[in-house]
Design a protein around this ligand. Structure first.
Ligand code: UD1
Ligand code: MG
Length: 465
């Protein structure tokens, strides 16, 4: 039997934040979500989360996780005190207890499997994860002999100068034999610099302790402040970019781009500098994204080009070209080969194949048939101050520059709208619609140039309006 306990009750004073530390986000997921994800493969029988500081907020954020038991630690008197809270809920439990620090978010699932495996084979009372760090400051130091037996863990602040020269650190990840741990937990003392009950002291009390040193120290980075948060974000981003480069994605300037774990790419995608993918986003074969673009919760077909643009909640078909400087907002669906160009915003609208909206337009709550050409500056006036209404434009229609289509309004197929028109009534298929003031021309209108120092206003001829 396996139980997993995640320590998540601490305040995270060093973060200097209103948000509990374990709820700090890292590439789109909170620290505690990441920690829980790292042990999912092990399929534990019990999953317990120790909460304390802003417990309700932490619990609410994880309400959707099935089978998670919340254990309250109030007040928070250290990591040993946190694990003491398990004595009641785990009374009678037999098997291993895997303890994970809620602020160690980059652990790989297979590392935990190895830890569990080594623990089961060695018969030790506890097996802990360790790493050798170039800069071990802040971490507890692990003292072990050549055979990998651990005698003690001493916190950085409790070490003398000599002990601090030991670079083998405690990752805060332990596999305990629960029954043996339960026996020593009541013996922990507060005899340390912080006056807290340290879980690390259980190691010396348990007698038989061994450790597993991780090959990649990045995995066990613990987050105590915002500098650590930025370091972990960098590690995670590097992992994600490497993963996709190995699968056939090119980055022109990898370090300037960020990805979410929910981003998926086809082959031969090129990502230019300063381009960011967030949420659940899929990008088809041969797309060219950026420079300077943000694509969030969107789906792109094959061969799509995006240049200096923002896409959120959009579905874009094969061979579309977006930008420069376009914004596709949620509910935008472009079929194939559409062009949405300079300074164009599209929201909650469907554009069928081969539509072109090339310059300076707002298309909101509209349905465009295939092959519609939207002239420069065309706007769908979708809001009457109370409600939103739809604009429907039939296939093959053209709107002239600066047209305003006042919704609800429907244009049939093959309609032409004259430039500068305000269209308020439906237009039948094949018609030309004009809705603008008739041009007035007055012949022989005097043009007078003002003498120096005089007003430019001409004297109108008699009978002028
Ligand atoms: C701890 C370890 C240290 C190790 C380091 C690895 C102890 C005494 N020290 O130090 O050896 O190198 O992690 O990152 O364990 N928490 C509670 N209740 C409490 C206190 C803390 O649930 O009363 C939780 C925190 O929310 C956090 C985790 O335990 O998720 C670790 O606490 P933290 O204060 O960050 O311990 P470190 O000083 O990092
Ligand atoms: Mg910590």
């Amino acid at each position: 039997m396996l139980a997993v306990a995640v320590l998540a009750a601490g305040k995270g004073t060093r973060m200097k934040s209103q948000l509990p530390k374990v709820l700090q986000p890292l590439a789109g997921a909170t620290l505690v979500e990441r920690v829980l994800a790292s042990c999912r493969n092990l399929a534990p029988q019990r999953q317990l989360l120790i909460v304390g500081h802003q417990a309700e907020r932490v619990e609410a954020s994880l309400a959707a996780v099935a089978g998670l038991e919340f254990v309250l630690q109030q007040p928070q008197q250290g990591t040993g005190h946190a694990v003491q809270q398990l004595l009641a809920p785990l009374a009678g439990f037999e098997g291993e207890l895997l303890v994970l620090n809620g602020d160690v978010p980059l652990l790989r699932a297979d590392t935990l499997e190895k830890l569990l495996d080594q623990h089961r084979r060695s018969g030790a009372a506890v097996t802990l994860l360790t790493a050798r760090l170039t800069d071990p400051s802040g971490y507890g130091r692990v003292f072990s002999d050549g055979d990998g037996r651990v005698s003690a863990i001493i916190e950085h602040r409790d070490c003398n100068d000599d002990q601090r020269r030991n670079h083998l650190i405690n990752a805060g990840i332990y596999c305990f034999d629960w029954k043996r741990l339960a026996e020593v937990l009541p013996q922990l003392s507060t005899d340390n610099d912080q006056g807290e009950l340290y879980l690390t002291d259980s190691v010396a009390l348990l007698g038989h302790a061994t450790h597993l040193e991780v090959a990649d120290p990045d995995e066990i980075l613990g987050i105590n402040d915002r500098i650590h948060l930025a370091q972990c974000e960098a590690v995670l981003q590097e992992r994600l970019r490497r993963h996709w480069m190995e699968k056939g994605v090119s980055f022109i300037d990898p370090a300037s781009c960020t990805l979410s774990e929910g981003s998926r790419f086809g082959r031969d995608v090129v990502i230019e500098p300063q381009t960011h993918l967030r949420g659940t986003t899929t990008v088809g074969d041969g797309c060219h994204l950026g420079p300077g673009s943000l694509v969030e919760d969107s789906s792109l077909g094959a061969g799509v080009e995006v240049l200096f643009s923002v896409l959120r909640g959009a579905t874009v078909g094969d061979d579309c070209a977006i930008g420069p400087y376009a914004q596709l907002r949620p509910g935008t669906v472009l079929d194939k080969r559409c062009r949405v160009g300079n300074f164009v915003e599209v929201k909650n609208s469907h554009l069928a194949d081969d539509c072109r909206v090339n310059h300076l337009s707002y298309i909101g709550d509209a349905d465009l048939g295939a092959n519609v050409n939207v002239g420069a500056g065309t706007v769908t006036a979708n809001y009457d101050g109370v409600r939103k209404h739809r604009t429907i434009i039939g296939a093959g229609s053209k709107t002239g520059a600066n047209s305003v289509l006042v919704a609800p309004v429907k244009l049939g197929e093959g309609v032409t709208v004259g430039a500068g028109s305000t269209i308020t009534k439906d237009v039948p298929a094949g018609a030309l619609a004009l809705g603008r003031a008739r041009q007035v021309v007055r012949e022989n209108w005097p043009v007078t140039s003002p003498a120096a120092g005089e007003s430019a206003a001409p004297t109108p001829p008699p009978g002028s309006p």
